[in-house]
Write a protein that binds this ligand. Structure first.
Ligand code: ZN
Length: 324
């Protein structure tokens, strides 16, 4: 009997679980809040919260826990043994060994832990927007930027499992401080936090008069969502900021393409909801930024097919590939 594959995506605010059917269809889903507790044993509160979300879902599916494999996607650097060694955007989980914790909890699930964007690229490559394409970069635009790379059909993991941390490529050595401790990382420009920062700068520079007026005249009150929303409505001053963000997005993509010659870039994560305006902006700039842009085959940029489910679906797929 093939065990039921469960995937869990741990985000900064929510834990999201899905159960996958044999054909990759989502049978059920469940959500819970991400705890931000620093434990004596790192991540034990988080593991308990994951167990609770998955147990609730399994009770509905009437599946015996023996027949379950669980994949967990987490935002940060995950070692081959499943340890989340560094999670700059979820620091309370630094050092967490989620898979080990899940295996020792009463449920005794066979479990693995993997970087969330690595999970997402597996979902898109096996079943989604990158199906049939073997050189793919997944860029997840959330609070930060996550990356998952498939090269010649294989997930690139690296010496310790840390490959694909593309959000922390330095694109301006004198740029703003990053949560990782560095300076001028790509995710300071092209993520949700990057849009918010570029929006605030534009507001203070007098480039967003309509939006500042809508916010009662306070430039600091203009949020990233205000800009992406107004851009989607066609407001020129907002589109100009999104064009800037698209340039930064294309710059990072060009760097990754220079290293691994991607055919296809899939954009996911929370900010991908703004893809109707971000995708055209990134496409517009990529040709001029990528080496040999006029002569090499066009690098396509598309939106994630699984959207907010990509991480959880990919985690479930990895669990069934590696554990079942
Ligand atoms: Zn960084």
């Amino acid at each position: 009997v093939t065990p039921l594959a469960v995937g869990v995506d741990v985000g900064g605010t929510k834990i999201q679980a899905v159960a996958l059917g044999d054909a990759g269809e989502i049978l059920d889903r469940e959500r819970g809040d991400t705890p931000h507790v620093v434990d004596a044993v790192p991540g034990s509160t988080l593991a308990g919260a994951i167990e609770s979300v998955v147990t609730t879902m399994l009770a509905r599916l009437r599946t015996s826990p023996d027949d379950v494999v669980v994949g967990v996607g987490v935002p940060g650097m995950v070692a081959y043994d499943g340890t989340l060694v560094f999670a700059p955007n979820l620091p309370s989980a630094n050092g967490a060994r989620i898979a080990t914790a899940l295996a020792t909890l009463p449920a005794h699930w066979r479990a693995l832990c993997e970087n969330d964007a690595d999970c997402a690229v597996v979902a898109e490559h096996r079943l989604g927007a990158a199906r049939g394409i073997d050189d793919v970069v997944m860029v997840t635009l959330g609070t930060g930027i996550g990356g998952g790379i498939i090269s010649s059909g294989t997930l690139v993991r690296g010496r310790s499992g840390f490959a694909g941390e593309i959000g922390h490529m330095v694109v301006d050595a004198n740029g703003p401080r990053c949560v990782c401790g560095g300076r001028g990382c790509w995710e300071r420009y092209a993520s949700g936090a990057g849009v918010a920062r570029l929006a605030r700068e534009a507001a203070h520079a007098g480039k967003l008069p309509t939006l500042v007026a809508r916010c009662g005249g306070d430039p600091d009150a203009v949020r990233g969502e205000d800009v992406t929303g107004a851009a989607a409505d066609g407001l020129d001053e907002a589109l100009a900021v999104i064009d800037d963000v698209g340039w930064w997005l294309a710059l990072g993509i060009a760097n990754v393409v220079a290293i691994m010659d991607a055919a296809h870039v899939v954009l996911g994560g929370g900010l991908a909801s703004a893809s109707s305006v971000l995708l055209p902006a990134a496409r517009r700039h990529l040709g001029a930024l990528v080496e040999g842009g006029g002569t090499r085959p066009v690098v396509t940029i598309v939106a994630s097919q699984f959207g907010p489910d990509a991480g959880a679906v990919g985690a479930a797929l990895l669990a069934s590939e590696r554990l079942a």
